[in-house]
Ligand binder design. Sequence first.
Ligand code: ZN
Length: 322
Amino acid sequence: MYVKPIQLPYHVSQLEVLIRRVKPSAYRDDLTSLYKRAMAGFRGEQSLDYPLSYLPKDDFFIFHDLRLFDGHHHFQIDFLILCSRFALILEVKNIIGKLTFDTDLNQLIREVDDSTDVFDDPILQAENLNMQLLDWLERYYGISIPIVDRVVIASSAQLQVTDLKNDRIKKIVRRAKLKAELLQVNQQFSKDYVSYESLKKVADALLANHQTRVIKKFTTKLKPNDIIKGVQCPNCDTVPILKMKQKWVCNCGHASRNTHLAALRDYFLIYGPEITNQKCRDFLLLKSELTARRLLHTLCDYFEGKNKARIYYLSRDILHEN
Ligand SMILES: [Zn+2]
């Protein structure tokens, strides 16, 4: 069963909002290429849902996009599959073109159309994650369990390797072969290393220690004028639409009391949960301080400070607004 289900990672939602909200600039081009790459990666991960559904639900805990901190560095695992006998790390690649795994120089070379790109060796990446997780589990929970790592190719890329004799290339698995590989790994381990109760505790601890990746590189560099402000019409995408009496009204005919929720979700993803009355009016292009105060009181978990200096904290529930 999924302990951490397949969901669009937070930083990818941030990228999506930034592309929509940043005025046309070099930033937007950088953000767009980052977003495209991240979305391709996510779609590859999503496509593993089907082969993973073959795992017996009660025996396995599955985590998608788990990011842990080892005291020095963060490490991110695309999929972690945990049972009482072993743990399995899946590093997922969804890259098109011709992929050459160079196990001597530890690189992945991609040729597509007339261009060549060089990536980090995903086999080595998966092996490093293996060591980091092994160390993390031992250090924090005193648990020692065999950890297996695989590189899953989710695309239909043409694959080749520089050294057919190198055993490590056996770690490369095509998505279509993943189901068989899971069964094979499952059969390989028969001894229990932890009790089911301990395993549940470790699963809870892994989830509690997940650290969401947040993009700060762009958001800290952005100036107030780089961002397109205002409430966006969900019907025709016009920005901004204005509040008339009780409703947000657009020329296309859209009229709703709650259209500001999506704009405040955008605000949260760009700037984080902290907001003031002034910032709220500035972003939603609202004139009335009283209207902004009413909105913030219904949408915030708590606030601190008084009068103009009051800082409100937007509820995370707002992130689920579309
Ligand atoms: Zn409209």
